[in-house]
Design a protein around this ligand. Structure first.
Ligand SMILES: [Zn+2]
Length: 84
């Protein structure tokens, strides 16, 4: 029983870890059980999901900007070719 019951510190660690690594079945279960009984970590999980979404959007935005630069380069190459 105590193996499955996480401390809040451990639970938040798992929430963070989930961003970068796949959790094992046991870890997922531990986290699920903990958030069922702990409001603080449930809120933390919600907040971290919002942050995660924000990071995703930020990364996507950067990705789009890189594509735009490439696109501009391609256009300018074509323009130069036309001029010559
Ligand atoms: Zn907790």
């Amino acid at each position: 029983m105590h193996i499955l019951l996480l401390s809040c510190i451990k639970a938040t660690e798992l929430i963070e870890k989930r961003f970068y690594f796949k959790l094992s079945f046991k870890e997922k279960l531990q986290l699920k059980l903990h958030t069922m009984v702990c409001d603080a970590c449930t809120n933390y999980e919600k907040q971290s999901k919002i942050i995660e979404k924000g990071i995703e959007m930020y990364q996507k935005k950067q990705h789009d900007e890189i594509d735009m630069t490439q696109l501009k380069d391609q256009i300018s190459v074509k323009l130069n070719k036309t001029e010559n």
